[in-house]
Design a protein around this ligand. Structure first.
Ligand SMILES: [Zn+2]
Length: 472
């Protein structure tokens, strides 16, 4: 089966065919940097981290771009409150963003453009929009986009002009030809951060930065455009209009949107986690309680497009479920170290089934939930083999190799301790020492070794074939 993606542009699941064979150009809308990122942002970041990883796993040469909106009303207001420059505030939160995504085990995108450093391309695009008759300047030095000049407005959100008109999200302004029109350039107000332009001092509207950055870094048309589903209207609709005005294309062939993270409000109703509703949990705080593998597992154990409930109980459930996979992983590690030698055939057969389950699930619109289910199936099979003692050292090694391979996509298993084998040698000495002490009936010392190792995160288990150790 080939990779299928649910495309919001056509509202269908479609086979993924890149513009250029073997290459993928992907853009995901990033964050507005005026505060720490919260768990709602983290969902989009992790979803597209996995999309990026899986495309690379399939062998695509991916160029992944995600932006920072560092020029915006919220940033200007927050900087004014703190009495600092807007760009100093955004620089502080860009630095913090990278620290936070590290706590999520996220691999960095290839390029992180910022609005403030993309001004020449943004101004060029606004000029082109005006030159082609899709934009018009107003007396305050702003430039607006003539929405009705492009007939397929609403193509992504499946809304009619009338529905969008009544959405209540229009900026009122008497200088606009039509209330639907939106700003691609905003004339500067006194004291605001601004740049010189053919329309006087000003700054870009929010939507134009993505269209301009995509065009500059990736070209007129890209393969995948992603973001949260709260961005479909108006942000992504407007990105399409701006690009369509200049290039005639719908900007991206595949539009993917992740579902929202929801929390229960004080009235018991579930609502979207957002800054404005003040019902958010910062990644920084959650990462103090839960490791990055658990946080990733929590998100990936639900399909990316479904809504997802957030609460500490959901994280604890994720932790308990992931622990089952880790226990199996560690038992396999112990078997790969101390198990009997022999044919790995039965393990190889189990992997074959798991690999098929993993790839067919991931190929089906990046269904990480089903992919994880195939890992639980494999764990059940290998746990039974471990209990029946039918898995060999070589078999366990093969299973671990498979899990490491697919973890390159999911990132839910702890990184292996960097070890050249000397750690296992030292552990072997401690296990032998304990055995010797027990033989001499010095149980207090033998127990001390077992207890101290347990505190350090390693269990010694006695069995008929002698004592074995594993990471807890
Ligand atoms: Zn965007």
């Amino acid at each position: 089966m080939s990779l299928m993606i649910h495309n919001n542009l056509t509202n269908r699941k479609e086979e993924f065919v890149p513009i250029e064979p073997g290459k993928v150009k992907m853009y995901v809308c990033g964050v507005t940097v005026y505060d720490d990122i919260h768990m709602g942002h983290a969902r989009s970041i992790i979803v597209f981290d996995v999309v990026n990883r899986y495309l690379r796993y399939l062998g695509y040469d991916v160029t992944f771009v995600t932006n920072f909106t560092d020029v915006d009303d919220k940033i200007i207001n927050r900087a004014n409150e703190r009495g600092i420059e807007a760009l100093d505030l955004s620089a502080e939160y860009i630095k913090k963003y990278f620290e936070d995504i590290e706590k999520l085990g996220v691999r960095r995108a290839d390029i992180y453009p910022q609005a403030s450093t993309s001004m020449p391309y943004i101004i060029d695009m606004v000029k082109e929009i005006v030159d082609r008759g899709y934009g018009y300047p107003t007396k305050d030095g702003s430039v607006y986009f003539r929405v009705k000049k492009i007939p397929d407005y609403g193509i992504l959100s499946n809304r009619s002009i009338e529905e969008m008109r009544s959405s209540g999200r229009l900026e009122p302004n008497e200088d606009k030809e039509d209330p639907m029109d939106f700003a691609v350039w905003k004339g500067a107000k006194p004291g605001e951060v601004s740049w010189d332009s053919p329309w006087g001092k000003g700054r870009p509207g929010w939507h134009i930065e993505c269209s301009a950055m995509i065009r500059h870094y990736l070209g007129d048309e890209i393969d995948i455009h992603g973001g949260g589903n709260d961005l479909i209207f108006p942000h992504h609709e407007n990105e399409i209009l701006q690009t369509e005005a200049c290039t005639g294309s719908h900007l991206a062939h595949y539009w993917m949107h992740n579902g929202m993270l929801e929390t229960k409000g004080s009235d018991g109703k579930t609502v979207k986690m957002s800054k404005s509703l003040k019902n958010f949990f910062k990644v920084d705080d959650v990462a103090k309680k839960f490791d990055k593998y658990t946080i990733r597992f929590y998100y990936l154990n639900t399909h990316y497009s479904s809504p997802l409930a957030y609460g500490e109980e959901n994280m604890l459930e994720a932790q308990a479920a992931l622990k089952r996979l880790w226990n199996n992983y560690r038992d396999l590690q112990a078997c790969a170290r101390d198990g009997p030698s022999g044919s790995p055939d039965n393990a190889a057969q189990a992997i074959c089934k798991a690999r098929e389950g993993f790839t067919s699930s991931m190929d089906d619109d990046f269904n990480t939930r089903a992919a994880i289910e195939s890992l639980f199936d494999l764990a059940r099979t290998t746990n039974k083999m471990l209990a029946d003692k039918t898995i060999t050292k070589e078999g366990a090694e093969t299973v671990l190799g498979f899990l490491d391979e697919i973890d390159d996509v999911l990132g839910i298993f702890p990184e292996k301790e960097k070890d050249d084998g000397s750690f296992a040698d030292v552990m072997g000495i401690l296990v032998d020492l304990r055995k010797e002490l027990r033989k001499r009936k010095q149980y207090d010392l033998a127990d001390m070794i077992r207890d101290r190792l347990s505190e350090a995160g390693y269990a010694i288990e006695d069995s008929a074939d002698g004592a074995k150790w594993k990471k807890i």
